[in-house]
Design a protein around this ligand. Structure first.
Ligand code: FES
Length: 115
């Protein structure tokens, strides 16, 4: 996992309230979002949201077309490498971990911080 100093992070907010976000993004869903110039994969597991890079560090397949398993892992659609959505750690496969981005569900919506 790559960590950035907070002062270089830009914060984006999706939705307008907690309820609007929970309604907009169903449980166990995998979405593509674009923030600034970055393609991001956003997943929801119960009421938790995780954001990480849009493309697989192995050969660049779109992770937002992947699927979630019961161990909170995203499965890449191309070679089925698996990554923990919480930490970005590669769990099956030989490639770097995912770049992850902090998220926080607030009364104003879902905040995602991007370097
Ligand atoms: S491109 Fe994702 S596992 Fe190969």
């Amino acid at each position: 996992m790559i960590e950035y100093p907070s002062k270089v992070m830009k914060k984006y907010t999706l939705g307008s309230s907690k309820e609007s976000v929970l309604e907009m993004i169903p449980e166990q869903s995998v979405k593509k979002i674009i923030l600034g110039d970055k393609n991001i994969t956003l997943v929801r597991v119960t009421s938790n949201f995780y954001a990480f890079q849009g493309y697989c560090p192995h050969r660049g397949a779109p992770l937002y077309q992947g699927s979630l398993n019961h161990m909170n892992e995203i499965i890449c659609p191309l070679h089925q490498y698996r990554f923990d959505v919480r930490s970005g750690e590669v769990k099956a496969g030989a490639c770097p971990d995912l770049e992850t981005f902090p998220t926080q569900l607030t009364d104003k919506g879902l905040e995602i911080s991007i370097p």
